[in-house]
Design a protein around this ligand. Structure first.
Ligand code: 6PG
Length: 465
């Protein structure tokens, strides 16, 4: 069989992607550093194995693919990607294409695109975990449009399809744009997960709900406005039982969150862009705090800060989640808009919302309405779109109640609070930065603008008269 595409790296994600590609009718040549893995993926592919060409050297991989070739890399982000590019490039020809489908830092993708010579390079964000890769991920491509168009038939065939049938695979923009959008996706993923963890904490420690009861609450929410993959799996994992002890799974898991860095990259990049994404920043911070297990135990021993009972209804928690989610996405899309201006990318916000509707980890019903609202006016803050302004009016008071009650009861709700305070700042015409301007002018003669437009741009700061 002449393969139509190749793939390097048969870990969980790579193997799933290869099977997906084969299943959609595209013969694929595969190579893995450990050759036995290649053989077992091939032999384990059942009916799909005739469409999978196992190869034991990179030269054999390249030779097995029809020209112009395209090879997907699914290897760990960072140096391994550069190593694979260096190893493959001499074996490939002008017009061939290497596609990095890992979770690359988009700055690396910018560099790799700029450095690409006769062998072209695309950076592509792939979301949806193993199941997504196998049955339909969300794909965010970046690089030269012509290169994307060449492989788009395969990528759209393997991608998830939204309810209206649209494939969730799109070219996002030049160079690192695809990996940038994937990074923001992951920042929002962190934020959605953190807000879920915060209301879970209030249910567990403030309302005394069992894991099974928590599961029921999330299952209920999943039939409403919050319908989403992350709410759905929260219901599932909360209902699971530990085979070793018979206890609910969540109750046996250490409360220290891992992270591979994409959420952190989002927060760092947001700072570079001067784009406020406080809910995402709070989520990254909370993962970092969670990892300090011994320090937290010492804090509790000294201050006895275990969270106490609260008088909040489960409905108020749902409403707070709805408001928090809208605010978080408004921030995320605002950051993407800022990046488009800064990097000169033609980032299409409604298209990004559409690509996130299915396949990816943050997929949710709300993204349908977000796509529609952004299509009306991509430059408008999402919180001002009529659909979401109404939802914020209806659900914002509950967010305020949950943050307030949570604070009084000793429940840490940093992401929900960050959303609320951003909202309060964004709906305050006369803020307090006039004081900061006064201080800056006092100690550094930095100047300020006057409300009345008069032309005095400095003090005087000594008492007059
Ligand atoms: C996805 C996910 C995925 C990410 C994991 C782990 O869209 O499928 O974002 O790409 O690697 O969720 O991320 P952390 O280890 O940083 O939590």
């Amino acid at each position: 069989t002449q393969a139509q595409i190749g793939l390097v790296g048969l870990g969980t994600m790579g193997a799933a992607l290869a099977l997906n590609i084969a299943e959609k009718g595209f013969p694929i040549a595969v190579w893995n550093r450990t050759g036995s893995v290649t053989e077992s993926v091939h032999s384990g592919a059942g009916a799909l194995s005739p469409r999978i060409v196992p190869t034991q050297t990179l030269a054999d991989l390249v030779a097995a693919i029809a020209r112009p070739r395209a090879i997907i890399l699914m290897v760990p982000a960072g140096q391994p990607v550069d190593d694979q590019i260096a190893a493959l490039t001499p074996l490939m020809e002008e017009g061939d294409l290497i596609i990095d489908a890992g979770n690359a830092n988009f700055h690396d993708t910018n560099r790799r695109t700029a450095d690409a010579g006769p062998v072209h390079f695309l950076g592509m964000g792939v979301s949806g975990g193993e199941d997504g890769a196998r049955h339909g991920p969300s794909i965010m491509g970046g690089g030269d449009r012509a290169d994307w168009d060449r492989v788009a038939p395969i990528l759209t065939a393997i991608a998830a399809k939204a309810e209206d049938g649209t494939p969730c695979a799109k070219w996002m923009g030049e160079a690192g744009a695809g990996h940038f959008v994937k990074t923001v996706h992951n920042g929002i993923e962190y934020a959605d997960m953190q807000m879920i963890a915060e209301v879970y904490g209030i249910m567990r420690d403030g309302l005394g709900l069992s894991a099974g009861e928590v599961s029921g609450v999330f299952a209920g929410w999943n039939t409403g406005v919050l319908h989403s993959y992350l709410v759905e799996i929260t219901a599932t994992v909360a209902a699971a039982t530990d085979p070793a002890t018979g206890a609910p799974m969540p109750d046996v898991i250490l409360d220290a969150a891992g992270q591979k860095g994409t959420g952190r990259w989002t927060a760092i990049e947001a700072q570079h862009l001067a784009a406020p994404v406080p809910v995402i920043e709070a989520a990254v911070m909370a993962r970092n705090v969670s990892a300090r297990v011994a320090e937290r135990a010492a804090g509790q021993a000294r201050f006895g800060a275990a969270p106490g009972p609260v008088t909040i209804t489960v409905d108020a928690l749902e409403q707070a989640m709805i408001a928090g989610k809208i605010l978080c996405y408004a921030q995320g899309f605002g950051m993407i808009e800022a990046a488009g201006r800064e990097f000169g990318w033609t980032l299409d916000l409604p298209e990004i919302a559409r690509v996130w509707r299915a396949g990816c980890i943050i997929r949710s019903s709300m993204l349908n309405d977000m796509a529609a609202a952004l299509a009306e006016d991509a430059g408008r803050n999402l919180m001002l779109a009529p659909t979401f302004a109404r939802l914020l009016e209806g659900n914002g008071p509950a967010l305020r109640e949950v943050v307030g009650q949570g604070a009084l009861g000793g429940h840490a709700v940093p992401a929900l609070a960050a959303g609320l305070f951003w909202f309060d700042m964004m709906r305050t015409g006369r803020g307090t930065a006039n004081m900061i301007q006064a201080q800056r002018d006092y100690f550094g003669a930095h100047g300020f603008d006057r409300l009345d437009g008069r032309d005095s741009h400095h003090g005087p700061w000594w008492p007059q008269g």
